[in-house]
Design a protein around this ligand. Sequence first.
Ligand code: ADP
Length: 151
Amino acid sequence: MKKTALFPGSFDPYTNGHHDIVMRGLNIFDEVIISIGHNTSKKNRYFDIDFMVEKIKKTYKNIPAVKVIVYDELTSSLAKKHDAKYLLRGLRNTTDFEYENTISQMNRYLNESLETVFLITTPKYAAISSTIIREVHKYGGNVNKFLPYKV
Ligand code: ADP
């Protein structure tokens, strides 16, 4: 049976840290669906959603096992729709752990066949966060080194 994992997040922007988790996820799963959580009524992103979808699609154009979708519903319901039994998430530090622990418990409560699989960050990406990249970009810094595509 095909093993599908959702990789949910805001990906504002999608970074080399995210890319590393997806590529390593492909060693475990047959398909990884990068699922960008986006509330269409709230325009509170820094990087435009369509721009980000296009950049991610381009990044994986030669890897059909990676898909990208935008969603605005419970992640646990989205997983059922795509027949995904796994959520893929990355862990950088204890702050990530505290946050992920809560979400993972809730997701299993909402959809009990859903397991979250955590991959520990690769050390060279441990300091990369979407937040810091937004800050640097906002003040004119070049962030391309931290992204698997160019902005
Ligand atoms: P969210 O908005 O749900 O926190 P993000 O887009 O920030 O989502 O991140 C999605 C997932 O990727 C989260 O599990 C996060 O911990 C993980 N992640 C983000 N940056 C890195 C990184 N540099 N290394 C490993 N995992 C990461």
